[in-house]
Write a new protein. Sequence first.
Length: 260
Amino acid sequence: MRLLMVGDIVGRPGRNCARDLLPKIKENYKVDFVIANGENAAGGLGINRKTADELFNYEIDVLTMGNHVWDKKEIYNFVDSEERLLVPANYPPGTPGKGYKVYEKNGVKIGVINLSGRVFMEELDCPFRAADEIIKSIAHKTEMIFLDFHAEATSEKLALAYYLDGRISALIGTHTHVQTADERIFTNGLAYLTDVGMTGPIESILGMEHESIVKKFLTKLPCRFEVAGGDVQLNAAVIDIDEKSGKSTNIERIFETHNF
């Protein structure tokens, strides 16, 4: 299976970029399955029904989320019923939504897990122990398991990758919106990238207008952040996974720009 993971989609510019560039990328790379992080898809923070449907219309198979998952309260109306939307699985028991699922595409099954880090982020349940439990529950259904680890600290992402090497197919980091250059295949077949990056405005700070963020650093006063405009970038990674063994054989970063 050839899987495409698309970096955090930020606001309308990110959605338009996905609309325009994804068809070509899918065709050029002969992609079988598409995952994208959508936690910033609606106005830069959170997701709603309209933006989720828009992204699904671009043939994205699964949307994962992160620490902004609850920023748009509308998500409570569909998070339980939308099978293609995942929230971090290590939120405490009783939290709405699902954190993992085994999907089937063209007769092939793949497990997708969404977890959130705890270092420099909100303290959720342990992602290491959550991963253990999830893998136990789905490993008999498929050899291929993909994990979007939405985390800040590179050390936490690497630690979880070493911990899970040989038990899952790939761990791709999200959250920082900056694509890293450390893609590799671990000893036991886990494809890894510390952060896949962002799909959104280039002239920005993490997709948002830079003026207000600079002002906040200078003054420490509350500022309203707005999604930036202008040209956009799409950051992604394509991963080849052996369907029988579940081991990854190749990972390649994608960085494309688009003019508006």
